[in-house]
Design a protein around this ligand. Structure first.
Ligand code: PXP
Length: 244
């Protein structure tokens, strides 16, 4: 299973002082050297962490895959089409939220999403969406014919109740099967850490995990390279167990 590292949190620290360090571009290079399969950034409307400067430089520097998370707005489509990330993942955005709170309601905004996706595809960008593990959303994603989806593991990650966690894992598993039946590539992420990632790795069919907070938090103590290596090791160990 592949690992995409989200480096927004490095930019959050930089923006806390409105200074030039730490630089998310350096973080991305370190993550790639440690074996990450991709780099993810979220350019938010309020520019609270990642800046356009980061996106431009990362486009030049990232050698693996650059995934841009963005809201489905005209401004963001324009920026994406000028910078050309390898993939775009459409996400919902609310100014008041601390982090992305849930998946995008594709079913509730089909026309807007179709227009956004068409515009990005005309720029030859592969497009996907961050959605909750809900069959209704997968059904809507089929209509858009996304290249990929990213299933929101937030609810699974946040719950302290084992029954809720098991229910979420079942919903995630069912969503993966349904998406793959329709030739949509499946990624997953949000709230994953060194402990809870194993049960997600055990689900067949997920191609890539997007992980940010736990890796950057760990890197405060061990450095980004080691923190990414440790996550890759954790994922690989869980994959091995799945095979046996
Ligand atoms: N995927 C999406 C769509 C996100 O918005 C985020 C958070 O920026 C992540 C994955 C990574 O989540 P976390 O930082 O909790 O690992």
């Amino acid at each position: 299973m592949k690992l995409g590292v989200n480096v927004d949190h490095v930019a959050t620290l930089r923006q806390a002082r409105m200074t030039i360090e730490p630089d998310p571009v350096w973080a991305a290079v370190e993550a790639e050297l440690a074996g990450a399969d991709g780099i993810t950034i979220h350019l938010r409307e309020d520019r609270r962490h990642i800046q356009e400067r980061d996106l431009k430089i990362l486009r030049e520097v990232v050698k693996t895959k650059l995934n841009l998370e963005m809201a489905p707005t005209t401004e963001m489509v324009k920026i994406a089409c000028s910078i050309m990330p390898d993939t775009v993942t459409l996400v919902p955005e609310r100014r008041e939220e601390i982090t992305t709170e849930g998946g995008l309601n594709i079913a509730g905004m089909l026309n807007k999403i179709r227009k956004t996706t068409d515009n990005l595809r005309s720029g030859k960008i592969k497009v996907g969406a961050f959605i909750d593990p809900d069959i209704r959303q997968i059904e809507a994603c089929k209509k858009i014919n996304f290249d990929h989806i990213e299933i929101n593991t937030g609810k699974y990650s946040e719950t302290k109740n084992s029954i809720t966690a098991e229910k979420e894992l079942i919903a995630i598993r069912n969503s993966v099967v349904d998406a793959l039946d329709n030739d949509i590539k499946v990624n997953a992420g949000h709230g994953l850490n060194y402990k809870n990632v194993a049960d997600i790795v055990k689900i067949d069919g997920i191609e890539e995990l997007n992980i940010g907070h736990s890796i950057i938090a760990r890197s405060v103590f061990v450095g980004i390279r080691k923190a990414v290596e440790e996550m890759i090791l954790t994922i690989d160990k869980a994959s091995e167990k799945k095979k046996n």
